[in-house]
Design a protein around this ligand. Sequence first.
Ligand SMILES: *Cc1c(COP(=O)(O)O)cnc(C)c1O
Length: 345
Amino acid sequence: MEDWQKAFAESITTLREVSDHYPIDLESLQPVVQRYPLRVTRHYFNLIQEPNDPIWRQCIPDIEEIKDTQISIDPLNEKGFMPVPFLIHRYPDRVVLLVSQTCPTFCRFCTRKNNMKGGFFLPFPPLEEAIEYIKKRREIRDVILSGGDPLLLSDNELDGVLGRLRKILHVEIIRINTRMPVTLPERITLSLCKMLKAYHPLFINTHFNHPLEISPQSSEACAHLAEAGIPLGNQTVLLKGVNDDPSVMKQLMQKLLTLRVRPYYIHQLDRVRGTKHFRTPVKRGLEIISGLRGHTSGMAVPHYVIDLPGGKGKVPLVPDDIKKEGKVYFLRNYLGEVVEYQDEE
Ligand SMILES: *Cc1c(COP(=O)(O)O)cnc(C)c1O
């Protein structure tokens, strides 16, 4: 067993272990973890500074989760866009390949929380059909590995999947979406980086939601990946009580750039069952973008996107800064001044 696999196996999975460190109401939370299992890596758990802080809210069960019973468990209709098992094909030229069915830390706001499996090392999913599907469709030029967390595969398993994808000549780029640098930075070993390097152009999008998640270990993990020549992006989810604050988001985006991680998306939380207590109005997301644009490096400003219900695609939202009269645009700058811009005939 590698060190990271040991660390994964030693994750906190019971309320009892949480209650060894913090006072929690075991009785009321028991039904929550029966419905939505608990798992937190030691690394992530140790980032908690006090109950209900931004780390706590992301990983410790909340009674609100099981009060939210009305809405869909698959709002993006991912099942409907699965032509074969473990593959989501929604856009013309890119697909999502679900190579792992679990994660080292279960995020309480996860879009896939209703089908997350609780076990330790689950069997490697049979991907033959999915790979055949990609092989047969020349329009697919971008393959995104997701899950679960793709980096829960062993180096060998991952090497196998990447090797099979790289043999398909029309697959131009491969992306890996992983939260490992945040939740289990031990996973980013030098041997992993060396293996990944063989599959360029390979991109990694990670998932930091709060400046408290940027630890020395996660910084080092990102450095190793960057040294392997892997362009790093970040997808943040907008979460009430975690990061729904322009100054927190600005600090997060600026710090990510110091890790050589380029902010890519801020996601409006999907309307999935069990996550109601994290939802924010769209207005808040727009305020956050207004608080970033012009006030800090353009490199630090991600796109704010809503993934439309039913799998209708992601739409970027921008603050309403454009008015037009005849050939004149009235554009609002970051200071709030409205400036005229004369368009071409
Ligand atoms: C988000 C998403 C992608 C990738 O979208 P990009 O905007 O290219 O990052 C691909 N497929 C599905 C199903 C997605 O939800």
